[in-house]
Design a protein around this ligand. Sequence first.
Ligand SMILES: *Cc1c(COP(=O)(O)O)cnc(C)c1O
Length: 339
Amino acid sequence: MNLARFTPVRFAHLPTPLEPMIRLTEALSNGLGGGPELWVKRDDCTGLAGGGNKTRKLEYLLGDALANDADTLVTQGAVQSNHVRQTAAAAARFGLACEIILEHRTGSQAIDYNRSGNVLLDELLGAKLRVVPAGTDMNQALAEVAAEVAERGGRPYVIPGGGSNIIGALGYVECAFELVAQANEAGLEIDRIVTATGSAGTHAGLVAGLAVMGADIPVLGIGVRAPKDVQEANVFKLAQDTAELLGHRDRVSREMVVADCDFVGAGYGLIDDSVVDALKLAARTEGLLFDPVYTGKALKGLIALAQIGRFDGETVVFLHTGGAQGLSGYQSEMEGKLA
Ligand SMILES: *Cc1c(COP(=O)(O)O)cnc(C)c1O
């Protein structure tokens, strides 16, 4: 499938599986036939150096980078960024150099946070890392590194944080198509999709894809950083711009974009006991590895909302966006909490 004028290069393992979560469904049922029937879309299994949601975006972004004859990918993220790890792997796969700017967003001084998890993998994958303080203007930093690469004769291709622009979001338009086709084949009626939402490309791509297809399935994004008004505005703009690329801007309406940002806790990348509880529940009911920054927070939200009856009687698909490769970066934070 080629969407709009951007041609992806193919390296993701697709389609990702759509699986029932029988024991997690049981754990969240209220015993009165309430609670949701839970399924999981396994985008943690996209296959690129541990996988995750950035891989689908990178198929489109790499397609554009190669079409523009780039020889160096330049991107940014938080220290434990999964996007950076997948970008470093995609660069290696296509023989490109990779320049990374890591924002020290959480301020954590823990050695495992700063050296283990995704950071270890970034270095193994051969990316060149530099770390800048929290609050740095990351878009400006990207432009500076790109200029540096060009000055020494390189051909940089800048990928925004999270790969979240209209090109990257096409990966999640495609995911929406893939998921609806799988559900149809399985005779499954999806009432709602739940996903973590951060830099917005995943949420926006899903909304745009469903809208363009005319599939009336609401998407609930669970925020991991920004407040609700900011997050919804970001997702809405990107969803509209992505739908425009597909010739259907008018099909995305503001009401289609819903984010619940009440589960961020102390802040982006900061974990609390309820996140650890969510990680334990997923691991111990389903054998699934969720992460402390994104999927764990989203599951924490899903659990809390299920407990107040929000999804009663619904078939809910949870998009597993990956992230387990960051878990060892949080070892000291979770020490003593896993009993
Ligand atoms: C980046 C990321 C997200 C959020 O996706 P966005 O497209 O940035 O909103 C969710 N889960 C994981 C594991 C991620 O790495």
